[in-house]
Design a protein around this ligand. Structure first.
Ligand code: BGC
Length: 718
């Protein structure tokens, strides 16, 4: 993280103002180049002569502000004019001191918002201080969860500026790409619901805002509410829990309006106070502006919808930090969710800078004793050692290293990994983890009763914990070796071998029967190499029988699901893997698609087969964890698999799926674009691949093994 300096004072206002404006007039000679360096404890919008500076939203982003605060820099020469100019900074509470987490939790980082800016013109600087004019804004209220109220008719009373103390040693340059207004989505349908409400359907669940074009003659107040689903044709927003997520505008004379300092997660908008034709209502998708790197296209519309749902789920939850969901009173950086989804995310988009920033947040919020937060930035003050969630400190850096070949992901996080593993060790008894809070196989539907069950799944939580501890120890060993630390490599290698031995003794009988009867238990034992080589075939068969017994339906949770199809496909059960992938009976991936999903749900049963929502309070229609299935499609169906870090070398091994006549995968790696897939026609299959010159490939065809090596264009008909 590049430290930076910023002149100027952090300025807030003495009054209790949720949003306020600071402004200053200055003269400009019409010649010199100008730059604005700025940050806030809260959120800011900067304007010069009434024109917005830059196109970023929700700046300066969300970090653990008191430990790391990003500064943005904009070139603003073009916004200045010779003579008198005015700069205005609107400031809101945002994540800094607005409501976050459960009801009534405010002020996580500080009491009141403030802004600090330096406008550099040639060699001179205009900086924020007590001499700036402060006033109320047309934005009367703004909150991440509750939405925004704008009143263009209200009097904007003067306020009193004041200095807020802040330790500037934590200032860094902006690390990742900004949040922007990325795409405009037109209304698909205007609905008058059975309950008599006016609802606009945008046809896509998304994170963003809605822009209204209010007619010139209009005077009055309009209100927008948001929802992800309709139930019995009616607007339904109970799953937002306490998040009001509204937008309200009072105008005299119309104009274009949209929220500034918030976002909603929605597909539907309910409008009251006016009836607008569809053309005057536009949704705007708002999220971090990442570069797309991967795509999957198939001949099947329904399957393509599933893939789109995964990609949308990523877009909607990459709003400055990787969140669990964009709609309810949560929208937090749950570590387990991004751990499950990270590799899919890295195939889809270049997430290097985005994750670099978030990993810095993770390190900043790690406990002195090595505990890892369950959410990052940690506004829950909930740290621990829980498998999958806290293993984010080892698994995510390693995944990013594998995807991008950048060792700094490991170097930056090695010490935090070590601290975490040392603490993990304290939870062992006789060599195995036996204490500590665990999320288990979160939201698994394997209690053989499809609603109302515990959210933790049925898989033995400490088996999961030990498996991922083993995996994390292996990562630490590999990291130590990569960083040239032989001693620590030897230590972690030895510790992982001992753990594996103890696990085998604990979980397998001498003749090879595995102790756990859950799909997730069996998946993890195979995927992470817990089963001894000589017992693998037997366990794979047990797993296969188990999945068949479940009629190919998915009953695994956050921990088992990312590895489910790999465990089947990589152990001789491709047939079963593809049947699970293509299954559309409840619960399954395509069941969600058939139920009208446009993003991936939090729970397999978020919508029950009768179209009603799962009655549990926790129910989101936009959670990416189960979207990790897309990784399997890239790696095993299209068959684009890295064999060397950063895709320096690859194995291209497309495998046809029944029901998908054509699949084309594409991944723009740091070494160039790799394409692979197949097309079935009558009784023939054409396998194809493109491998860029700097990548070494081996091409593998089903039942044939390696059929070619090298790079360039490949095509085989079979
Ligand atoms: C979140 C998650 C998270 C889980 C952990 C939920 O409230 O939405 O996705 O991982 O809690 O308990």
């Amino acid at each position: 993280m590049e430290k930076t300096e910023l002149n100027g004072k952090f300025i807030g206002v003495e009054q209790d103002a949720n949003v306020f404006v600071l402004s200053k007039k200055f003269t400009y000679d019409g010649k010199k180049a100008a730059k604005l360096n700025i940050t806030a404890l809260g959120l800011y919008k900067a304007e010069i002569n009434g024109v917005r500076v830059g196109d970023a939203y929700l700046t300066p982003g969300w970090t653990s502000y008191n430990k790391m605060l990003q500064v943005q820099c904009y070139t603003v020469t073009d916004l200045l004019r010779a003579g008198e100019n005015e700069i205005a900074l609107t400031v809101a509470e945002g994540w800094y001191c607005g409501r976050l987490v459960w009801p009534d939790a405010y002020r996580h980082y500080g009491d009141k918002p403030s802004v600090c800016a330096a406008l550099q013109i040639g060699n001179e600087e205009l900086v924020t201080d007590e001499s700036w004019k402060a006033s109320e804004s047309y934005i009367r209220f703004s909150s991440i969860y509750d939405g925004e109220t704008q009143d263009f008719t209200a009097e904007r009373k003067p306020l009193t500026p004041c200095v807020r103390a802040f330790d500037k040693s934590v200032l860094v340059r902006q690390i990742d790409e900004p949040v922007r207004d990325i795409e405009r989505v037109a209304v698909r349908e205007v609905l008058h619901t059975p309950a008599g409400e006016l609802v606009y359907d945008f046809g896509q669940n998304m994170a963003g805002v809605v822009e209204l074009d209010l007619p010139q003659m209009f005077c009055g107040t309009v209100a927008c509410e948001f929802a992800e689903i309709l139930v019995h044709g009616n607007f339904y927003r109970e799953n937002y829990r306490s998040a009001k997520s509204t937008a309200q505008y009072t105008v005299r004379g119309g104009g274009i309006v949209k929220p500034e300092f918030t976002f909603h997660g929605f597909r539907y908008m309910k409008l009251s106070g006016i009836e607008l034709p569809a053309e005057r209502v536009t949704a705007i998708v708002r999220h971090t502006d990442l570069t797309r790197t991967g795509k999957i296209e198939t001949s099947d519309k329904r399957f393509n919808r599933l893939i789109d749902n995964v990609v949308w789920g990523q877009r909607d939850n990459f709003v400055d930090i990787p969140t669990d969901c964009p709609q309810r009173d949560e929208r937090l950086g749950w570590t387990g969710d991004i751990n499950a989804f990270c590799r899919t995310a890295a195939y889809n988009y270049d997430i290097r800078l985005f994750m670099k920033k978030w990993l810095a947040d993770l390190r900043n919020d790690q406990g002195e004793n090595g505990e890892v937060p369950h959410i990052v930035p940690d506004v829950l003050h909930s740290t621990g050692v829980s498998a999958m969630w806290c293993d984010a400190i080892t698994m995510i850096p390693y995944t990013l290293y594998e995807m991008y070949g950048d060792v700094s992901f490991l170097a930056d996080n090695y010490e935090p990994m070590k601290k975490f593993l040392a603490l993990r060790e304290k939870h062992t008894q006789n060599g195995l983890i036996a204490t500590g809070f665990e999320y288990g196989d979160w939201l698994a539907l394997d209690r053989e009763q499809l609603i109302g069950e515990s959210p933790f799944g049925r898989t033995d939580e400490y088996f999961i914990a030990n498996t991922l501890y083993f995996h994390s120890l292996q990562i630490a060993a590999k990291t130590a070796a990569l960083l040239g630390n032989e001693k620590e490599n030897a230590y972690y290698t030895k510790r992982s071998e001992k753990l594996l031995k103890d696990m085998r003794k604990e979980y397998f009988t001498p003749s090879g029967r595995f102790a756990l009867d859950t799909v997730t238990g069996q998946v993890l034992a195979l995927h992470f190499g817990i089963a001894e080589e000589k017992f693998r075939a037997r366990l794979a068969k047990t797993l296969n029988d188990n999945v068949v017994k479940h009629e190919y339906r998915v009953c695994t949770g956050f921990t088992g699901t990312p590895f489910l199809l790999f465990a089947l496909a990589d152990n001789g059960y491709w047939e079963t893997a593809q049947k699970v992938l293509m299954n559309d009976t409840y619960p399954s991936w395509l069941y969600e698609v058939d139920m009208g999903a446009t993003t991936v749900w939090e729970r397999w049963n978020s919508l029950l087969p009768d179209g009603t929502p799962n009655p549990e309070g926790m129910n989101s229609y936009n959670h990416y964890a189960y979207g990790s299935v897309m990784e399997f499609v890239y790696r095993r169906v299209a068959g684009i698999e890295a064999t060397g870090v950063g895709f320096q070398s690859v194995r291209i091994a497309p495998v046809p799926v029944e029901g998908l006549n054509e699949v084309r995968g594409e991944y723009n790696s740091i070494h160039g674009k790799i394409t692979a897939g197949y097309a079935k026609k009558e009784n023939k299959v054409t396998y194809f691949a493109h491998v860029p010159p700097s990548v070494q490939a081996e091409i593998v065809l089903p039942d044939e093994g390696v059929v070619a090596t090298g790079n360039g264009d490949f095509s085989f008909e079979r």
